[in-house]
Design a protein around this ligand. Structure first.
Ligand code: SF4
Length: 335
């Protein structure tokens, strides 16, 4: 399932969060109208597979906008509801209550994502979020009780954040039982408060490498709980790439994380084996992740004394690496 995304930049936000410049992230600065919604959805309907897609209002604080404006957009979307799998919105945790959920349900909204960002109140305060972790918990419970799909979004590397706080945020997310999560390592964008703090020397953003190391710890927390990670890193966008001043942006961030997980898995077994030539077998679709970007994993393993070739074995599940000694043919270990 994918989304037909309609961005509603900044409208409804009570303040500007430290990291946010929605006009850059969405690549759009105009107020979206009902006519825009219809145009976007008409275009999507030309796609044969539209019935699998959701209509998705992203990018702002949807439920914090004026009620008349929300109605205008949802009225336009509701006319197309039968042609799509559902309607998805993203909003702030402090802009959800039972009355709003009843209203959204009447318009056919099926999934609600909360921009939680952190479950540490000090990190939320420092980054001017204007809500608390308790707001996230309260809104999440209401959304689940109302029969909606719940999505939670977190960021890593915010001002005042630490890897331990991020791990704690992930664990507290799991306790809220969301169906999906998104993880966004912080990217410092021009014109934001974080950019000002960074340039003043008061804030040190995460590097891509640090963000990968942390996300490799976060991924299993969610996957072991059966929660889908539907986004890891900001979308590859020339706008973001050109307007970032620092931080953990990489156009293939998820692939970097997966490559690191495969590398760690392979090395943990190879370290117990003699140096030499090995074949590493991985499941379907995972050869590039075992290989790493620009063959980085192969090069690092070679430097450690292991000349490896990689091949696909469709019987292996994700993350499993079968290691075959090329000299003896022994299939030494599976992870
Ligand atoms: S609430 Fe969301 S859209 Fe609004 S300023 Fe904060 S991050 Fe940006």
């Amino acid at each position: 399932m994918s989304n037909v995304a309609i961005f509603v930049p900044h409208i409804g936000c009570p303040a500007r969060c430290s990291f946010c410049n929605q006009h850059i992230i969405s690549g759009q600065g105009q107020r979206v109208s009902a006519a825009d919604v219809r145009r976007i959805l008409d275009t999507a309907l030309e796609n044969e597979r539209h019935a699998e897609n959701q209509i998705a209002f992203f990018g702002g604080s949807f439920t914090a906008m004026e009620r008349e404006y929300i109605k205008e957009l949802l009225d336009a979307a509701a006319a197309y509801r039968k042609s799509f799998a559902g309607i998805r919105i993203s909003t702030r945790p402090d802009a959800i209550d039972e009355e709003m959920l009843t209203f959204l349900k009447a318009y056919g909204v099926t999934a609600i994502e909360l921009g939680a960002q952190s479950m540490d109140d000090e990190v939320l305060r420092l980054n001017r979020r204007g809500h608390t972790a308790e707001d996230v918990e309260r809104a999440s419970r209401l959304i689940r009780a109302g029969g909606f799909e719940l999505g939670l979004q977190m960021m890593t590397g915010l001002y005042g954040d630490t890897p331990e706080k991020a791990v704690d945020t992930a664990k507290r997310f799991v306790a809220l039982n969301p169906q999906t999560v998104r993880i966004y390592p912080t990217v410092v964008l021009e014109g934001t408060e974080l950019d000002r703090l960074y340039k003043a020397g008061a804030y040190t953003p995460q590097t891509v490498e640090q963000a990968v190391e942390l996300c490799v710890r976060l991924i299993p927390i969610f996957e072991d709980a059966g929660i889908r990670i539907i986004r890891l890193g900001l979308h590859a966008s020339e706008d973001v790439g050109g307007k970032k001043t620092a931080g953990a942006y990489h156009p293939a961030f998820r692939e970097l994380c997966m490559a690191r997980i495969y590398y760690d898995n392979a090395l943990s077994v190879l370290e117990g084996l003699p140096e030499g030539a090995y074949t590493l077998a991985v499941g379907s679709g995972h050869v590039s992740q075992m290989t790493g970007q620009k063959k980085e994993n192969i090069k690092k393993l070679a430097a450690a004394g292991y000349a490896v070739r990689i091949r696909e074995d469709s019987r292996l599940p994700a993350y499993r690496v079968k290691i075959i000694n090329e000299g003896t043919g022994n299939q030494t270990q599976c992870i």
